[in-house]
Design a protein around this ligand. Structure first.
Ligand SMILES: C[S@@+](CC[C@H](N)C(=O)[O-])C[C@H]1O[C@@H](n2cnc3c(N)ncnc32)[C@H](O)[C@@H]1O
Length: 638
């Protein structure tokens, strides 16, 4: 969670239900608990108890999708720790469960090699300073942790370091084995954890543990004593108890469990989101205008037939501008955040202005075995390259998602492609982990997308599609989902809201075209678009003569040309969550208003002889008022 949670921004995502406890009084305390728990997770990312506790708080604050996300991570960690406890009697849990210790590191030949390597330069295998000064610091850190009333009762510095070295050797061996082939990531049953990426994570945890004295050099003596005095069974039992508690929490927040493993939520702005992720910077807006210019140059160069006219006149013909519907538009939004595409010069009918290629798309077929079943009515995409491109290596093979998500695959694959862009487009961190330091919401492909939070719309989220699959993908791509706050569950749901507001789809594909997504809708559009046979490239051309300064509009829904104003606006709510501001709607609004004015015959002195008929707000009767809606007033669209 990026910044401290401002409680005035608390907008729960859980739809209200009858008889629900009013927690207004407790919110301040819950928010401060949440901050402390998040802090704990940042320090001890592999402590399943930390994730479970935060999940509980998120559930109380009425964020079911995030509570499920945290319990899911607690469950993964419990499985992982239990596996080692059960399978290898030599292993013991280290402090906050960031790594495991071997009783006798000398037993492990790999550890010796690594140890020797580290000794030659005064550091251990992970580059940790093994000097006396470092050890004393670790003890001091341990004491500080005790003083802070944390779950640490002592320190055995030397032993911990030796253990970490041994653990590294063991985990590296695990990792090599895990690399040998793709596993069934769908299998996350209680007895057999789905942890293909766990070895990667384990290695990450060990490295991280070794670099962070609070984790690497502090051993939870209480747990150690238990292990030494033969209380491993007790340890195992406690881990099993935590596992079942985490599973209960997960299920409690999934309304349709057990048949569908789905829950209900509403998309909301999370109050801990950094301000730079709420607004698009001027730099980004300028960059998008440059992208339009570059796309145009490409048309001139590569498809001269598509671009009649003067090839020498390279001045771009469109640009991105804020306040697309005017500074004082009636839309209930910050108008500077409403971008639109405008013509910078007169453009002749049929001119191609953009050929928009995208790397962010999803397709529902075929599956890994080539099977096309389980699609809409059995018919999927016949194109053998989908959902993979021939150039994509095994690491990018997304057919396992198709196999797991069935007819929802296009949407999930699209989201996963965004995550892949972030991971591989981002910088590696100091541990060599990809994309860990680049916040996905900073990636230009995502940063440009506006979300549309529809207050009243209740959605379903799926444990597998919205939480497990994206996290499995991140693990497969080397992202430490526990240690990287950038890929916390709320980021995945924010990405989902942005994609939903900006994607286009046909029955088989779902795409975000980075330039097309900037065009606003009009019921009398001046721009037309078509899709090339590759299903993902969009060709955008002006449909009639356009003059410099005009906004360029596409039509989001081509099936309502003949509908009256009210019907069109109602249908457009799906995309706009506002009344359509296009010229046709505004013109008809004025006309209807004029027609609705009736003569007044009251005869009073101040009367102008006119009476305005009160027309009910467009969707008043459909808007429920929720207790937590900030100011408690009914929301009236004005
Ligand atoms: C695909 S985006 C278009 C670009 C968007 N204006 C932006 O700032 O990124 C769709 C969003 O633009 C706004 N929008 C598009 N057409 C509109 C219209 N005719 N009237 C009101 N809002 C519109 C709505 O907020 C909608 O959710």
């Amino acid at each position: 969670m990026d910044i401290p949670f401002d409680i005035t921004g608390w907008q729960p995502t859980k739809p209200p239900s009858v008889g629900e406890e009013d927690i207004t009084e407790d919110v301040t305390a819950l928010v401060s608990t949440l901050s402390a728990q998040t802090e704990h997770i940042y320090r001890y990312p592999y402590d399943p108890n930390g994730w479970f506790r935060r999940g509980e708080t998120l559930a109380r604050l009425r964020y079911p999708e995030l509570a499920v996300g945290d319990s899911y991570k607690a469950i993964l960690l419990c499985h992982k720790l239990l596996k080692h406890l059960v399978e290898d009697k030599q292993w013991r849990l280290g402090s906050h469960m960031g790594f495991w210790l071997l009783d006798d590191p000398g037993d492990d030949p790999g550890a010796d090699d690594l140890e020797a390597e580290g000794e030659s330069n005064g550091t251990d295998v992970n580059g940790v300073d093994t000097s006396e000064a470092s050890s004393s610091k670790a003890v001091a850190d341990a004491n500080e942790a005790v003083a802070n009333d944390e779950d640490v009762t002592g320190a055995t510095v030397g032993k911990a370091k030796a253990g970490v070295k041994a653990a590294t050797a063991r985990i590296l061996a695990d990792h090599t084995a895990a690399d040998s082939g793709p596993a069934n990531l769908a299998d996350r049953g209680v007895t057999e954890p789905a942890m293909t990426g766990s070895a990667v994570t384990s290695r990450a945890s060990t490295k991280r543990a070794a670099r962070d004295p609070m984790v690497a050099d502090v051993v939870d003596a209480r747990w150690e004593q238990e292990a030494e005095s033969g209380c491993r069974d007790d340890l195992e039992q406690r881990m099993l108890d935590l596992l079942s508690e985490a599973q209960l929490l997960e299920h409690a927040n999934l309304d349709h469990y057990p048949e569908y493993e789905e829950g209900c939520y509403r998309q909301r702005l999370y109050p801990w989101m950094h301000s730079r992720h709420r607004r698009r910077s001027d730099g980004l807006v300028a960059e998008m205008s440059h992208e339009f210019a570059a796309a145009e140059r490409k048309i001139w160069k590569e498809c001269p037939d598509e671009r009649p006219g003067d090839p020498g006149a390279l001045a771009p013909c469109c640009t991105v501008i804020r306040h697309a519907f005017g500074e004082f538009s009636t839309i209930d939004k910050d108008s500077s955040e409403l971008l639109g595409v405008f013509a910078t010069k007169d453009i002749a009918t049929d001119t191609v202005i953009v050929i928009d290629e995208t790397e962010t798309w999803g397709c529902i077929g075929p599956g890994k075995d080539g099977s096309m079943s389980n699609l809409h009515g059995g018919g999927g995409c016949a194109d053998p390259i989908h959902p993979n491109l021939p150039s994509e290596d095994v690491c990018h093979d997304l057919r396992w998602i198709r196999d797991r998500a069935g007819r929802h695959a296009a949407e999930i694959i699209l989201r996963c492609r965004f995550l892949i862009c972030c991971i591989h487009g981002g910088q590696q961190n100091e541990f060599g982990h990809p994309g860990m330091d680049t916040h996905p919401l900073d990636h230009p492909l995502i940063a440009r997308l506006t979300p549309n939070y529809r207050r009243e719309k209740v959605r379903l989220f799926s444990l597998d599609h919205d939480i497990a699959i994206p996290n499995d993908l991140l693990l497969l791509h080397g992202v430490d989902i526990f240690a990287s706050p950038n890929y916390d569950t709320w980021v995945l749901f924010t990405l989902c809201a942005r994609i939903e507001n900006n994607s286009w789809s046909d029955p088989i594909h779902t795409c975000i075209s980075p330039l097309f997504s900037l065009f606003n809708h009009s019921c009398e559009p001046n721009v037309d678009w078509s899709i090339r046979p590759d299903h993902t490239t969009m060709v955008i051309r002006v449909a009639r003569e356009v003059t410099a300064g005009e906004q360029l509009f596409v039509e989001y829904d081509g099936f309502m040309q003949d509908q009256p104003l009210a019907a069109r606006r109602k249908r457009m709510r799906k995309w706009l969550d506002a009344e359509c501001q296009c010229t046709k709607c505004l013109r008809q609004e004025v006309e209807e208003e004029k027609a609705s004015k009736e003569s007044c015959t009251c005869g009073c002195g101040g009367c102008k002889g006119e009476m305005k008929r009160v027309v009910p707000a467009w969707d008043m009767d459909e808007l429920p008022v929720f207790p937590e809606d900030a100011d408690g007033r009914p929301r009236v669209w004005s």
